[in-house]
Design a protein. Structure first.
Length: 441
């Protein structure tokens, strides 16, 4: 305990780190305050029906990722999900469109252009989702909730512009946190939104279990114990995966550069991190987006039932597919083979060039399979928790995006803080060894 408090003191001794932490905290406070600013023209006291609707299903996930802003009819209601959807599309274009492939190879200038295209596409997606959200408000809220003299068309345009501006402002906050704060800004904003929903979800679960006539308290204790074990187990798993060497992917590097030291190729069981789950969820939302977020029949109804078989089956398959896809984007066997050849490295028994690239690709495919299946299992754990009687708002914390984002972002942020401490010759956050983050989001 003494060491913990000494580490906190050391953190605030470092002026740059202290400024970064305070800057990050200030922008997060701005984001949380904005989540309670209702769109002009809507009576905040009439939002009970919207908040009830946004407590379950995919709409509940949207509400969680926006930190409750979706259910509050806030100016930040659409959150950062449109930006994530746009990023998915741009990354797909980077794989299949030659002009975007050239941009990816242009380094920093190409990255700036890709980011600019992502912002433009985000605005386009917002221009589609904004009217759908406003139409959903029209059908969900009572007529007296709208205290405006505008016609429905003009108010729809006005509210859509407000929502577009809100999401772009949240993106700007995320970029500022990344540049001048600690951690990845967009990831931190999503994590803060998830944590903001935890107290209310826990309260509802406690009330529900205590109101049961028999066994409610015991079930609550068991649920909390399982949640703790799942959280600790996920942290241990993420840490362990970072330490697993690929034994049959060793390389011998040349004496000229490295003195003939035997090293490992930097391959990981899950190189994609949490991104496949985020990608899959963003696509699963599309069917209900075009039904004004009210899915009662057809395909949209199937994909709104988050405990149904087909929803979770398709969801798990998409997570596996996106894990391979994202790994293919982030790990390029051809480039790795070329870099090894330039540095005098080789894999015993493999000729430099194409043979080495094929070998790395085969190894990557084999070790990604168990990682993708494990990620898919974690993704559908909340549905299993709901089927076992856990409250709809509390179940997402048992797995899926919520748990992985919490664990991943916390580890990444702590790793950055630890790096700042070690760079200035202070003790790190861990008593032994280095803290391992994830290189996903």
């Amino acid at each position: 305990m003494k060491r913990f408090f000494q580490t906190i003191v050391n953190i605030f001794k470092i002026e740059e780190l202290r400024k970064r932490l305070l800057y990050t905290f200030a922008l997060i406070v701005v984001y949380r305050l904005g989540s309670y600013i209702v769109i002009p023209g809507i009576d905040a006291s009439q939002l009970a029906s919207l908040q009830a609707k946004s407590s379950e299903g995919l709409v509940g996930l949207l509400n969680m990722f926006s930190g409750g802003a979706f259910g509050n009819a806030s100016i930040f209601a659409l959150g950062v999900m449109p930006y994530i959807s746009a990023s998915i599309v741009i990354q797909l274009l980077g794989v299949f469109v030659p002009s975007f492939q050239r941009l990816q190879r242009e380094g920093e200038s190409g990255r700036r252009k890709m980011n600019q295209y992502t912002r433009y596409l985000t605005i386009l997606i917002l221009a589609l989702q904004g009217p759908a959200y406003v139409a959903s408000l029209r059908t969900t809220l009572p007529a007296e909730a709208f205290v405006t003299t505008m016609g429905s068309v003009w108010y729809g345009i006005f509210a859509t512009l407000i929502l577009i501006g809100g999401t772009m402002f949240v993106m700007w906050l995320g970029e500022r946190i990344t540049d001048r704060g600690i951690g990845n800004g967009i990831s931190l904003i999503i994590m803060v939104g998830i944590i903001a929903r935890l107290p209310q979800a826990l309260h509802l679960e406690i009330v529900e279990k205590l109101n049961q006539t028999t066994g409610g308290l015991l079930m609550l204790i068991v649920e909390l114990l399982i949640l703790f074990l799942v959280f600790v187990g996920t942290i241990a798993l993420v840490q362990a995966v970072r330490k697993i060497p690929v034994q049959y992917a060793k390389r011998i590097v040349g004496n000229k550069q490295y003195g003939g030291v035997r090293q490992y190729i930097p391959l990981k069981i899950n190189a994609a991190g949490v991104m496949p789950i985020i990608f899959a969820q963003a696509l699963m939302i599309i069917p209900i987006m075009f039904t004004n977020f009210s899915a009662t029949k057809g395909l949209a109804a199937v994909f709104s039932n988050t405990t149904g078989f087909w929803y979770n089956f398709v969801y798990a398959i998409m997570v596996i597919v996106f894990t391979y896809f994202y790994t293919a984007i982030t790990v390029n066997p051809t480039n790795m083979a070329e870099e090894m050849k330039k540095n005098g490295g080789f894999i015993p028994g493999c000729k430099p060039g194409k043979k080495t690239a094929d070998y790395i690709d085969t190894v990557m495919s084999r070790i990604t399979l168990p990682g993708s299946i494990l990620l898919a299992v974690v993704a559908i754990l909340p549905a299993i928790a709901r089927l076992l009687g856990v409250n709809n708002q509390f179940a997402p914390f048992y797995g899926g995006t919520s748990l992985l984002i919490l664990v991943g972002v916390i580890l990444d942020t702590l790793q950055q803080i630890e790096s700042q401490l070690l760079m200035r010759h202070y003790d790190g956050l861990m008593k032994t060894g280095r803290l391992k983050g994830r290189s996903g989001m």
